[in-house]
Design a protein around this ligand. Structure first.
Ligand SMILES: *Cc1c(COP(=O)(O)O)cnc(C)c1O
Length: 397
């Protein structure tokens, strides 16, 4: 199969006059999601009411959809389940992993997304003072994995720079010293082929509203390797992770395998949107996606470097070390990004000085790359970004 990216592009609603380079933060609306969510609201919630849990298969949605995510991240079927937000899933994986170890050190890197680090800090505080989160520079992670480490917690692709870690090598290093490893796939799932089983992940987590296009607030996923899934103890031991929720036992008993990582009532409307969004992926070969993504990011880097000498590339040139985004550094990055957005080129800004552009071959092609380069070049050459209205900071950047 050769993926027809013109066909996948037709499966999305893309507003007129917009070049969308922020699908790494919030994917666009898949056309099928509108009909699917409406059907779930009108025909299922409206007509079935409480019967929807059984008759419309709502109760099994977290694992049914999880199996479709499993295919995209190279996981074994039956070992991924949906629910909650990514921050919660990070906490859950970390708490379970720590409980499997006698050690007390969590190792992460300074490029990790703040919420992952915050969740680890909160968990350490709850567990007691001998638990610590240690962070090192991304390049220093390999050497820092020693036999004091209980759990290595890494995000595969750095949300700011787009630098990609070597999952298999770091997992092997962690296992060699008796540590466990958790991979956050927020900027990997749907961005390129991921192999959590082949890459040795003990746990993996990720969100679906970025490259997987489930919509704002879409549910996260969690993977537990089959070698651990009947042993892990969920710290967030909610009723839907119980072996028999409707027995209403007073004491918690974990459900079978990955089911125990469920917590409470699943978000059915968001899962309906996600199910529709995943239909797009049935038409996609992930190796084709990766080749197209690298071609787009190469083209954007070459175009911007040729026309905008004051923008400094922070994304690795080495394909093996790159995710599916390109970032440039500039002291006035915020204002430059606002000027771009005003001209219909939507990327985003990450403090203190990063302009970030996501490339998603499902609906971005060479024409969009060239259009974005042309507009950015014009803004930089004219200095039109240097206006007060582009410097006022909004809540979301
Ligand atoms: C986007 C992102 C999050 C966001 O977490 P939510 O709980 O879904 O808001 C967390 N971690 C990483 C690495 C991310 O990229």
């Amino acid at each position: 199969m050769t993926t027809d990216f013109a066909a996948t592009k037709r499966m999305f609603h893309l507003p007129d006059g917009v070049i969308y380079l922020d699908g790494n933060s919030l994917g666009p609306l898949p056309l099928a999601a509108t009909a699917r969510v409406t059907e779930t609201v009108v025909a299922e919630w409206g007509e079935l009411l409480i019967r929807g849990w059984n008759k419309a298969g709502w109760m099994d949605m977290p694992s049914r959809v999880g199996d479709r995510i499993a295919k995209l991240i190279g996981a074994e079927a039956g070992h991924v389940v949906m629910g909650d937000t990514l921050s919660i899933k990070v906490y859950q994986a970390l708490a379970s992993a720590l409980e499997m170890s006698d050690r007390r050190v969590i190792l992460s890197d300074t490029g990790n997304f703040p919420s992952d680090l915050y969740m680890a800090q909160g968990l350490c505080r709850t567990l007691g003072s001998d638990y610590v989160l240690k962070t090192v520079a991304p390049e220093g992670v390999v050497e820092a994995i020693d036999d004091s480490v209980a759990v290595v917690m890494l995000t595969e692709v750095d949300y700011r720079t787009g630098r990609r870690h070597d999952m298999a090598a770091l997992s092997a290093r962690a296992h060699a010293v008796g540590a466990l490893i958790i991979w956050d796939l927020a900027h990997s799932a749907g961005a390129f082929p991921v192999g959590v089983a082949a890459g040795g992940a003990d746990f993996a987590v990720g969100c679906t509203y970025k490259y997987l296009n489930s919509g704002p607030g879409g549910p996260a996923f969690i993977y537990v390797a089959p070698r651990h899934s009947q042993k892990v103890q969920p710290a967030l031991s909610g009723w839907l992770g119980h072996e028999s929720p409707f027995a209403f036992d007073r004491d918690y008993r974990p459900g079978a395998g990955i089911e125990r990582m469920r917590v409470g009532t699943p978000p059915i409307l968001q899962l309906a949107a996600l199910e529709a969004a995943l239909d797009v992926w049935d038409e996609v070969d992930l190796d084709d996606l990766r080749s197209a993504s690298l071609a787009l990011t190469d083209r954007f880097i070459a175009g911007v470097e040729a026309a905008c000498p004051t923008l400094e590339l922070v994304t690795p040139r080495d394909h093996a070390r790159r995710g599916s985004q390109v970032s440039f550094r500039h002291a006035d990055g915020y204002a430059i990004m606002q000027a771009l957005i005003a001209e219909g080129v939507i990327g985003d800004f990450r403090a203190p000085d990063i302009l970030r552009f996501g490339f998603t071959p499902l609906y971005v092609g060479n024409a969009e790359v060239d259009g974005a380069v042309a507009i950015l070049s014009r803004i930089m050459a004219s200095g039109s970004w240097n206006r007060p209205e582009f410097k006022a900071r909004s809540k979301v950047t």
